[in-house]
Design a protein around this ligand. Structure first.
Ligand SMILES: Nc1nc2c(ncn2[C@@H]2O[C@H](COP(=O)(O)OP(=O)(O)OP(=O)(O)O)[C@@H](O)[C@H]2O)c(=O)[nH]1
Ligand SMILES: [Mg+2]
Length: 207
């Protein structure tokens, strides 16, 4: 008989510079794996066309954000570009207890805070583009930003990328399907880690 163990959920962080493929990877993971749920952040930036409240973000004003922060409602929070972003704590903690794996699309500042506060639950993956030229090509290819914004994203990319070595895994996204498969492999192995399994000691005692 195959013995399966209960386990605590893990926190899977994906970070990358804009345009490296993080959003496509996250979407594929959520679609392929019912055990993975997305952490929906609060942000002070305005919704873009096609974004809806509670699905992509919780859109809040600065005073509400500051109140939430002061109340300890965030697991982590940071200023990115010119806006504030934060991960609401309650949803994440409930899902982890339910043995769900929670996916985070957050930057290096937030990842650093999670590492400080929840190291045992954290699995962090940094996605790199194959080259800066390719990154710029992809940013233009999505056609969602004007030249000014593309230049801003490129400038910020170098800064975000300088934090690659703070992550558990670093993947170069040359081929999106392969990168998705690599993330799925990481998740599969991390789920089997001894420290996450509940009841393993008792099982071994009675073996
Ligand atoms: N620390 C932290 N970062 C966040 C959070 N939510 C989103 N971010 C990051 O904020 C940055 C900007 O996100 P968005 O405003 O959605 O813009 P975007 O066009 O998706 O930007 P990219 O994902 O960088 O392409 C991204 O790097 C996100 O990973 C959060 O709750 N905490
Ligand atoms: Mg994004």
């Amino acid at each position: 008989m195959v013995q399966s163990f209960q386990r605590r959920g893990l926190m899977l962080v994906l970070s990358s510079p804009s345009g490296a493929g993080k959003s496509s990877i996250a979407a594929a993971l959520l679609k392929s794996d019912p055990n993975v749920v997305l952490s929906v952040s609060a942000t002070t930036r305005s919704p873009r066309p096609g974004e809806s409240e509670g699905v992509h973000y919780y859109f809040v004003d600065v005073s509400r954000f500051e109140k939430m922060k002061a109340d300890g409602a965030f697991l982590e929070s940071a200023k990115v570009f010119d806006n504030y972003y934060g991960t609401p704590r309650d949803h994440v903690e409930t899902k982890l207890r339910d043995a769900k794996d929670v996916l985070f699309d957050i930057d290096w500042q937030g990842t650093r805070q999670l590492r400080e506060n929840a190291r045992d639950d954290l699995v962090s993956i940094f996605i790199l583009p194959p080259s800066m030229q390719e990154l710029e090509r992809r940013l233009r290819g999505r056609g969602q930003d004007n030249e000014d914004v593309v230049q801003k994203r490129m400038a910020r990319a170098a800064d975000e990328m300088s934090h690659w070595s703070e992550y558990d895994y670093v993947l170069v996204n040359r081929d999106i399907e392969k990168t998705i498969a690599q993330v799925q492999n990481i998740l599969a192995a991390e789920r089997m880690k001894r420290a996450r399994l509940i009841g393993l000691g008792d099982f071994v005692k009675n073996i």
